[in-house]
Design a protein around this ligand. Structure first.
Ligand code: PLP
Length: 430
């Protein structure tokens, strides 16, 4: 399909207009939804050519774009969205949309890990902690397919270096989630990527950029990141109204998208037209939402950092020169995001649950997993999002029964502060 390409304007403008051409759809200002499963070929010859280009896009003649065939392979709403998404990640050359963040991650890892090796021996090295579902995939699913994954505590530079060097060219992929879910621990992307690329220049470096989005531009950090994955369910959607995922590849290695989309076709993990359409419209306010949510979260984090019933507050806005992550934050990020993680002074799970039950009672700060939406949420990682992570790994990552994760939305921050304050007053110290 020929989608609209804009040249010479800023990405702020392009994210609104790139991809969709009203002239191709009866003048509708925003794109229509194409819910159909299949597409008509004007001739048998055209059908043959459509399949040829779907599997060998490099055979396209100048100006020739692949035709639509079948909605598990591709559809207009996915194409329009992918063209827009490239605008929100500086340095991106191509994007692929998926039915969830996990399907983006799993499809991408499987497509790229053994690329060109003909073997199933390559290892994924991944940062601990990562989102519970990603951790489960690396630990439990990947080995059943012949793959191997090892964790690294990236804050331990010596150990990280030793482990990657000992793997040598066995390292097929470096997978980093920074800031990490839920601890917000930061990894120096460039430092670890350099070690991995030295051990194996063909190692694919992947960053999960779900948490910081517009505030962290992995393709612009040292030029060593090849792929970025997102749970688009979170900030990209922003309205808790859909599940979706995105993979982007760096301009200089954009041919990797073909392998990823090939596996997406086999798995059938492309996002459906309705979801793509919703996400296409949500992404137009992504920048504004993220900025405003971060501003509100900064105010709430400041309040939490002074509360007597809280042991520790983790939010990048609170980092000082005394913190290990301070320099990484200064170098790598342009804003703090709106996820805040706290540790209560009372270490018991019972106390944390009591706090959550009172806090979530009126559903202004709703007791629910997920994050990034305009409505604030709160959850208990040890028993919810990270319950699949082993107790030992949770201990290493400092996720305890007293750990609570907030996602701050667009409510007035003074209201949020008042609700949190009242919840503490009601439950008292024990
Ligand atoms: N990556 C991160 C950092 C996440 O927090 C999540 C979900 O919470 C995922 C990936 C998985 O995304 P999804 O739930 O859209 O499959």
């Amino acid at each position: 399909m020929a989608t609209k390409k804009i040249t010479g304007l800023s990405s702020e403008t392009k994210v609104l207009h790139q991809g969709y051409d009203p002239n191709l759809s009866v003048g509708s200002v925003i794109s229509p939804i194409y819910p159909n499963s299949t597409y008509v070929f004007p001739s048998a010859k055209a059908g043959e050519r459509a399949f040829e280009l779907a599997f060998f896009p490099e055979r396209a003649l100048p100006g020739e774009s692949p035709s639509l065939i079948y909605s598990r392979m591709n559809h207009p709403n996915a194409e329009i969205l992918e063209d827009k998404l490239v605008q929100v990640e500086p340095g991106a050359g191509a994007a692929a949309v998926f039915g969830s963040g996990m399907s983006a991650i799993v499809t991408t890892v499987l497509a790229l890990l053994n690329r060109g090796t003909g073997s199933h021996k390559k290892t994924v090295v991944y940062s601990n902690p990562v989102y519970g579902g990603s951790d489960y995939f690396f630990k439990h699913n990947l080995p059943t397919l012949g793959g191997k994954a090892v964790e690294i505590e990236t804050w331990n530079h010596k150990k990280t270096k030793q482990l990657i060097e000992s793997l040598g060219d066995e390292i097929g992929m470096l997978y980093l989630e920074t800031p990490a879910n839920p601890t917000l621990v930061m990894t120096d992307i460039d430092e670890v990527a350099k070690i991995a690329k030295k051990a194996n220049p063909d190692c694919i470096v992947v960053v999960d950029n779900t948490f910081l989005g517009i505030f962290q531009q992995p393709f612009k950090i040292g030029q060593l990141v090849d792929v970025i994955v997102y749970s688009a369910t979170k900030f990209m959607s922003g309205h808790a109204h859909l599940i979706a995922g995105v993979t982007m590849v760096r301009e200089e290695c954009k041919e990797l998208i073909q392998a990823i989309k090939g596996w997406r076709t086999s798995f059938g993990t492309i996002a459906n037209p309705q979801v793509c359409w919703e996400l296409e419209n949500s992404i137009k306010m992504y920048n504004l939402r993220m900025n405003s949510q971060a501003e509100r979260a900064t105010k709430v984090a400041k309040f939490l950092s002074r509360h007597p019933m809280i042991e520790r507050v983790r939010h990048p806005s609170l980092l000082t020169e005394a913190d290990v992550d301070y320099k990484i934050y200064q170098r790598q990020c342009t804003g703090p995001g709106s996820v805040i993680t706290i540790d209560l002074k009372n270490p018991s799970k019972e106390y944390a649950f009591k706090f959550l039950d009172v806090l979530g009672r009126d559903n202004i700060i709703a007791l629910a997993v997920s994050l990034g939406g305009v409505e604030s949420l709160v959850e208990h990682p040890a028993s919810m999002t990270h319950s699949e992570v082993s107790e030992q790994d949770r201990a290493i990552a400092q996720i305890t029964d007293a750990t609570i994760r907030f996602s701050i939305g667009l409510e007035n921050p003074d209201d949020l502060i008042s609700i949190i304050s009242k919840a503490f007053d009601e439950i008292g110290c024990s």
